[in-house]
Write a protein that binds this ligand. Sequence first.
Ligand code: DHB
Length: 396
Amino acid sequence: MSPTPHRTQVAIVGAGPAGLMLSHLLAGVGIDSVAVDLRSRREIEETHRAGILEQDSVDLLVDTGVSDRVHRDGYRHDGIELAFGGGSHRIDFEGLVGAATQLYPQTDVFIDLADARARDGGDVRFEVTDVEVDDLVSTTPVLRFTDAAGERHEVRADFLVGADGSRSLCRRQVPEAERRQYFREYPFAWFGILVEAPMSAPELIYSHSPRGFALISQRTETLQRMYFQCDPATDVADWSDDRIWEELQARVGANGYTLKEGPITSRTVLPFRSFVQEPMHHGRLVLAGDAAHTVPPTGAKGLNLALADVRVLAEELERAVAAGDPAPLARYGERALARVWKAQHFSYWMTTMLHTLPEASPFDLRRQEGELAAVTGSTAGSTYLAEAYTGWPGQR
Ligand code: DHB
C-alpha cells in the first residue's frame, strides 16, 4: 500500500520542547508544520529533566501565548549558592546583572507546549514508528512515518527540521564529508533523585567537596530534586534511601548544610557529554536543540539553548519560506552557534570547577577551592557567572 500523501511547509522530527516551540512560533507567522515523535506524550511528560529557565525562555513562553503558568507555578530565583571549603557564598544575579532565573521543570514546559499546540489545532503526532527523511537536497524534502494506528504517511515539505534529541536520526543524514563533530566525555555522571520532603533551601546549592559534587534543587513545596556526582557505571539498585542520604548529607554537611529528608520516589543516572555538530544545516534540513548539541547538565543550559535555537530558527525559516530559498538556514546556524559555544564553555567550566576527578590529588582539590574563591570573592568573577547562568541578558 502506498503511503497517504501530505504537503506542509515545515516538517519537524521530534515533538519535545524544541520541536513544539518551533511549530508554535511558525504557526504564529502563518507557516504550517507537522511534528512527529517516536515517544508517547505520557513518556515525554514522565522523563525528568532540568528545572531552570533563563529569563528569555520564560518570556518566550509567556509573550508568544504558550502559557503564563510559569508565573503561577514557578519560583523566581535571584541567585544561587556556591558552597565549598566549609562555607557557602551567594551569587546575587539580581544585584550583579539585574536578571533572575525561574525554577520551572522541563516537563512542565513540555506540557504547556503540547497543550498550546492542541488548543491551536497544531498537527503533532506522538508514538510514530519507522521515521525516514529523504531528498534533503531537493526542493521538496520528505518525511515518512507510520502513525500510532499503523497507517503509513509521506509528508512533502519546503524544509525539514531535526529536533530529535541527543540520539538524533536527522543529524546522521548529514554526509560525513560535510560535517564536523566535536566531543568531550567526562569520567563521572549524576545520580538524580526526587524526594517527598519540604525545601532544604530557598535557592539552588551547588556544592563542591572532597567527596564529590552535589546539587540541591527544588520542584514544589513538597517535592525536591537533588543530584550527586557518581561513577557513570553506577547501578541505582545498589543505592538504598539510607545510603543516598548518608552520601548527600556528608557532601553538603562539609559546607554547613543539613538536608530535609523524605522518601525517594525516583532515581536515575544521567550521563555527561559535551557535543556539537557543525554546520547545523544540510540542503533543506536544519538541526535544533540536542540534535545539534549536548551540554553536561551543570548550569542547566540544555533546554534554554534549545529554546534559543528555535527562536532564531523561526525567524530564518520565515525568510526561507518567503523566498523559497534555503540560504537563511546557514545564517540560522551562524547565529545559533555563537550562543551554543558560549554555553558549551560555561557548562564545561561549571562542571570542571565543581566536580572532583576520580584521581584528584590534594593539589587539584585546593586549586578548585582557589578557583571558587576567586569567582565568589570578585565582582568581575561573580558577574561573569551571573551573566552566563541567566543567559547573557540583553545580548540577543
Ligand atoms: C537542575 C538541573 C541542573 O542541571 C541545574 O544546573 C540546576 C537545576 C534541576 O533539575 O532542578
